[in-house]
Design a protein around this ligand. Structure first.
Ligand SMILES: [Zn+2]
Length: 113
């Protein structure tokens, strides 16, 4: 990566990056059932954008993909979802890489707008 890119990004770019991430996840959702590979590509582009501009993936999209292998998670196809009362979390079991992505109930309530 170019060293010049490490300097602080102008606010406008960050806004655009956030919008693009939102669009990419929207497209991923649309193509997930018919073109899973395309959906995975959208996810990887969105995550790269997030890293590059130091933008966090918005809460509403965080569960849409596996945080280990990066595939788009489509309920009923490549992910098993269950709740775990002991850890007070929802577990997303990725059937592609066998990773369990956990999301706490409490956090979810806090992150509501
Ligand atoms: Zn995975």
């Amino acid at each position: 990566m170019d060293n010049r890119n490490r300097r602080k990004k102008p606010q406008g770019w960050i806004k655009i990056a956030k919008e693009r991430i939102d669009i990419l996840f929207g497209e991923a959702r649309k193509s997930a059932s018919t073109h899973p590979k395309r959906a995975n590509r959208y996810v990887s582009i969105a995550r790269k954008l997030g890293m590059r501009y130091k933008v966090r993936i918005p809460a509403k999209h965080r569960r849409a993909f596996c945080h280990k292998c990066g595939v788009y998670l489509l309920p009923g196809s490549n992910v098993k979802i269950r709740t775990n009362p002991r850890t007070k979390s929802v577990e997303y079991f990725c059937l592609t890489c066998n990773k369990v992505n956990r999301y706490s109930y409490k956090k979810e309530q806090l992150s509501k707008p």
